[in-house]
Design a protein. Structure first.
Length: 130
């Protein structure tokens, strides 16, 4: 019996994983936005989901010729330059959002020094009144 990881990866990786990987390879700025393992994992997770949703939406909104043994419905959709541009835009947006969230991660937590000083002053006044 195969382990779940052996089944899971190929199921989610094709063909969407190939599409995302190709877009990432074609657009070097994506690599700079998702430059850590954690960011790359988040990027791939959300890019796969959002590209899959977008492709499904495009399939429902557009008439695609029945499968004739050559191109899949995904290939047919991506053959349309407008649809391809939308997919590329979606992948780039995911990369930017992951990078923006990573920047927010590095922001200091808690109050700044001015807020701490205001609280100390408030606490001193309250203690003096007691």
């Amino acid at each position: 019996m195969t382990r779940p990881e052996e089944v899971w990866i190929p199921l989610v990786d094709e063909p969407i994983g190939t599409i995302v990987a190709q877009i990432q390879a074609d657009h070097a700025e994506i690599g700079t936005l998702v430059d850590t393992p954690q960011r790359l994992l988040a990027f791939k997770t959300f890019a796969y989901i959002r590209v899959g949703l977008l492709l499904g939406e495009l399939l429902l909104e557009n008439d695609i010729e029945p499968y004739n043994g050559s191109d899949t419905w995904v290939d047919k959709l991506l053959g349309n330059p407008e649809f391809k541009a939308r997919v590329v835009s979606e992948v780039r947006a995911v990369a930017q959002e992951v990078a923006d969230d990573a920047t927010a991660e590095n922001a200091p937590l808690g109050p700044d020094e001015a807020a701490r000083e205001r609280f100390r002053e408030f606490a001193r006044r309250r203690l003096e009144q007691s």
